[in-house]
Design a protein around this ligand. Structure first.
Ligand SMILES: [Zn+2]
Length: 672
C-alpha cells in the first residue's frame, strides 16, 4: 500500500513537472531560440484595477454576448457549421473567413474558463466541437464556405480564406487542449493539419499562391509544439518559402487586387526591408514567421523580422500603436493595396484605417519578438496597443465594435464600407470583434515571462501570479497597482525558493527615465533603472519582500517626426501609456474638433472619474477655438479671433461612448 502511494505520488509530480510551463498562450518552453518563455494560461489572474475590470466585463458581457450573436441568426457562424454537419437546412452566410471568427470567439471563452473554471463553458464548447467535427469532411478539410457552396471548389481562389480558417482552427484547438486537457478539438485540428500537409508538402505549383491571410503559420507551429510532429513545423516553413515564388500577375486563383505587395509576395520575406500591403496579412505573417524562427533559429528570418518590426514601429505606426494607414492605396511598387501600410511617415489622421485586427496583430508580433529577444521595447508596443488602438475597438459596455480606428473623425467625412460613425452592434465583416475579445481575455497571459533565472514583469496591474520558474521552483507573488491611471506598482513576494533569482521590471520608454524609483523593502534597489529596458534585481527573495516601482505620470504633449506632414505643428496628449483625445461632447455646441487649438503652455489637470464610462482618469485644460468659416479650399491668412474654453480630454479608447461624435488626437499648437 505504502509503495503504491509513493509510485502514484511520483507520477503525479512527474506529470505536473513535465507540463510545468507548457500551457502558455504560445508554448515556447522547448523553443530553443526564445529568451523569455511564456507562463501558463491562468498562472496570472487579475485581482483589481483596470484589467480586472476589463476581464470581468469580458467574462460577464463580451464573451456571452458575442456567443449569442455568433450562435444565433445575426452572426450565423454556428449555423454554418450545423448546416455543414447536416444538422440544419440552409446556406452559408457571412464572409469567407467567418469560421475563423467563430474559432476566435471559442478561444476567448477558453481563456475565461482558464480563470473562472465555469464548467458550463466547457460543456457548451464540447457541444460546439461535436458539431464542428461533424462538419469536417472525411479527409480532414474544414471550411464551411466551400463545403456549403457547390459553385466553389477547394483551393480555387486565394481570397476564399481557407487557410485563415485553418489557422484559427489550429490555434483555438491548441488553446482548448491546454486549458481543458481534452483532445476532442485537438483531434479535429490534427486531422485537418494532416490533410494540409498532404496537400501542400510537395509545394505544388498550382497551390503556390495560397494562403491569403496566413494565420495557419502560427497555428501549425503551435500544433507542432503540442504534438512534436515536425511535419507541422515543416509545413509552416513551406508557407513562408512559397510566398514570393509565383509570378505577380492575375491568375485563375488570384485577381489583380490581391497580389504583389498587397500579400507580401513582391519581395520574399527573408529579403524584405519594408512592411507592405494589407496590415493584418503582413503582421500575422510576421508573427507566424517569428514562431518558426523560435523553433529553427534561421538567421535570415530573424534579421528580416527585426528590420520589419523596426520599420513598422518607427516609420509606419500611429501614436496609438495603430497600423495600416490607408483603406485603399498603392505600394511604392504600384501594387494595389487595401486596408494597408503605405509609405514611411505617411500618416493621415482623418482617413486612417487602422483595422482593430491590425493593431492587435502588431501586439501579437511584438509579443513574439519579446520572447525571442527579451527586450522591453517589444512590451512597450504591446502596452501601447492594448491601452489605445486595441481597446478603442469595443464600447465601454462591451457590446459595440469599431472596425477602423482613425485618429480624427469629423461628421462631414464620407464613410466608406467598413468606416463607421460610431461603434456598431454587429459588423458583417466580423474579424475584429472576436479578435479583440480574445485579446482582452488573455492579457494576463502576457503580463509575465519566465526568464533564464527569474521572472520578467511585462505589464502592470493588480494581479496574483502563481507559477514555476524554469528550474521548476514555485513562485507566488502579488502585484498591486492602479496602472495605467497611477504609476505606482507594488509587488509582494508570497512564496519562492531560497536561492537568489531575478525579478525584472519593465521601465517603460514613456517614463523617459525621469523620476523613476525602484525600491526593495523601502530601500533603493541595486539595479540599473533605465527607460526602455528591464531593471533586473537579483536577490535571495523571501516571503514578505516588497518591490516598489514609482513611475511619475504627468500628462505630456507629444509632437511627431517632422517627416510626418500630417502632424506638423500639432500635438497629441499622452499620460503614461494612455493617449488622450478631444471629443465633441466636451466642446460647446456646434464646435468642430477642427476648431480646437492647443496653447503650447497648456496646463493639463488630471481627474479620477470612477463613474465615467466604467472609471478612468480624464484630463482638463483650457483650449483655444477658432472656426474656419469659409467654403474655399484655400484663403488668405487672417489673425484668429480666439475663444478660450475649458474642456475635457478622454482616453482615446473611450471615445464615441456618448453618441455619435467628432474626435481628434492631434491638435494644432498655438505657440505662446
Ligand atoms: Zn479585423
Amino acid at each position: 500500500m505504502k509503495k503504491w502511494t509513493v509510485v502514484v505520488f511520483c507520477s503525479v509530480v512527474w506529470l505536473h513537472a513535465s507540463h510545468a510551463q507548457e500551457l502558455g498562450i504560445i508554448n515556447t518552453t522547448k523553443s530553443p531560440h526564445v529568451t523569455f518563455k511564456s507562463v501558463n494560461i491562468g498562472d496570472c489572474q487579475w485581482t483589481s484595477g483596470f484589467w480586472a475590470d476589463k476581464f470581468k466585463l469580458c467574462e460577464d458581457v463580451m464573451v456571452p454576448h458575442m456567443g449569442s450573436l455568433l450562435k444565433g441568426d445575426i452572426g450565423y457562424a454556428y449555423n454554418n457549421f450545423k448546416i455543414a454537419a447536416g444538422l440544419k437546412e440552409g446556406k452559408h452566410q457571412g464572409m469567407h473567413w467567418h469560421d475563423g471568427d467563430f474559432y476566435k470567439w471559442m478561444e476567448s471563452a477558453m481563456y475565461v474558463y482558464a480563470i473562472n473554471k465555469d464548467e458550463t463553458i466547457v460543456r457548451d464548447l464540447d457541444e460546439i466541437i461535436d458539431v464542428i467535427g461533424k462538419a469536417q469532411e472525411e479527409d480532414g478539410y474544414l471550411s464551411t464556405q466551400i463545403t456549403l457552396d457547390d459553385n466553389k471548389a477547394r483551393w480555387s481562389y486565394r481570397q476564399f480564406h481557407e487557410l485563415y480558417n485553418s489557422g484559427h482552427l489550429l490555434t483555438s484547438a491548441c488553446i482548448h487542449h491546454r486549458v481543458t486537457g481534452q483532445r476532442n478539438f485537438l483531434n479535429i485540428a490534427i486531422k485537418h493539419a494532416d490533410y494540409l500537409y498532404r496537400t501542400f508538402k510537395t509545394e505544388p505549383r498550382e497551390l503556390a499562391r495560397f494562403g491569403f491571410n496566413q494565420t495557419q503559420i502560427m497555428g501549425l507551429v503551435e500544433l507542432f509544439r503540442i504534438t512534436r510532429n515536425r511535419e507541422y513545423l515543416h509545413l509552416a516553413e513551406i508557407f513562408i518559402n512559397m510566398r514570393g515564388k509565383s509570378k505577380v500577375e492575375p491568375h485563375a486563383t488570384v485577381w489583380h487586387k490581391a497580389m504583389g505587395d498587397m500579400v507580401q509576395e513582391r519581395t520574399p520575406l527573408r529579403k524584405s526591408k519594408e512592411a507592405v500591403g494589407h496590415a493584418v496579412l503582413a503582421l500575422y505573417y510576421y508573427a507566424g514567421a517569428a514562431d518558426v524562427y523560435a523553433e529553427t533559429g534561421e538567421e535570415a528570418l530573424i534579421k528580416a523580422l527585426d528590420r520589419l518590426w523596426e520599420n513598422v514601429v518607427n516609420k509606419k505606426m500611429y501614436v496609438t500603436g495603430a497600423v495600416g494607414q490607408t483603406h485603399h492605396g498603392a505600394s511604392s511598387k504600384v501594387d494595389f493595396v487595401h486596408e494597408a501600410f503605405i509609405s514611411d511617415y505617411m500618416m493621415p489622421n482623418l482617413t486612417a484605417y487602422n483595422e482593430t485586427c491590425a493593431n492587435i496583430c502588431n501586439a501579437m508580433f511584438s509579443y513574439r519578438m519579446l520572447g525571442i529577444h527579451g527586450k522591453s521595447k517589444y512590451a512597450d508596443i504591446m502596452e501601447l496597443v492594448l491601452y489605445n488602438s486595441a481597446l478603442s475597438g469595443i464600447s465601454a459596455d462591451g457590446t459595440h465594435y469599431f472596425y477602423t480606428n482613425p485618429l480624427r473623425r469629423t461628421l462631414d467625412h464620407a464613410m466608406d464600407t467598413t468606416d463607421q460613425q460610431t461603434r456598431e452592434p454587429y459588423i458583417p465583416c466580423f474579424c475584429c470583434p472576436p479578435n479583440l475579445v480574445r485579446t482582452i481575455a488573455k492579457v494576463s497571459g502576457w503580463a509575465y515571462s519566465l526568464t533564464e533565472d527569474g521572472i520578467a514583469v511585462n505589464l502592470y496591474g493588480g494581479n496574483r501570479l502563481n507559477t514555476q520558474l524554469q528550474d521548476g521552483s514555485v513562485v507566488k507573488l502579488k502585484q498591486d497597482s492602479l496602472y495605467p491611471w497611477d504609476g505606482a506598482v507594488t509587488i509582494t513576494m508570497e512564496s519562492c525558493k531560497a536561492a537568489p533569482f531575478d525579478m525584472m521590471l519593465r521601465i517603460p520608454e514613456w517614463t523617459q527615465g525621469k523620476g523613476v524609483q525602484l525600491l526593495v523593502n523601502g530601500k533603493k534597489a541595486r539595479a540599473k533603472v533605465e527607460a526602455g529596458t528591464y531593471a533586473t534585481i537579483k536577490l535571495a527573495w523571501k516571503k514578505g519582500d516588497v518591490i516598489t516601482l514609482h513611475m511619475p505620470m504627468e500628462a505630456k504633449l507629444l509632437v511627431g517626426h517632422p517627416r510626418i506632414e500630417e502632424v506638423r505643428n500639432q500635438a497629441a496628449i499622452k499620460r503614461g501609456p494612455v493617449v488622450y483625445c478631444i471629443e465633441s461632447p466636451d466642446l460647446p455646441n456646434n464646435t468642430s474638433v477642427l476648431d480646437v487649438y492647443l496653447p503650447s503652455g497648456v496646463e493639463l489637470q488630471t481627474h479620477d472619474q470612477p463613474d465615467f464610462l466604467g472609471g478612468m482618469t480624464t484630463l482638463s485644460a483650457k483650449v483655444l477655438l477658432h472656426a474656419y468659416d469659409k467654403e474655399d479650399m484655400y484663403s488668405p491668412v487672417e489673425k484668429p479671433n480666439w475663444t478660450e474654453v475649458k474642456t475635457q480630454f478622454v482616453p482615446y479608447f473611450a471615445w464615441s461612448n456618448r453618441g455619435v461624435s467628432e474626435m481628434t488626437v492631434w491638435m494644432p499648437i498655438v505657440w505662446e
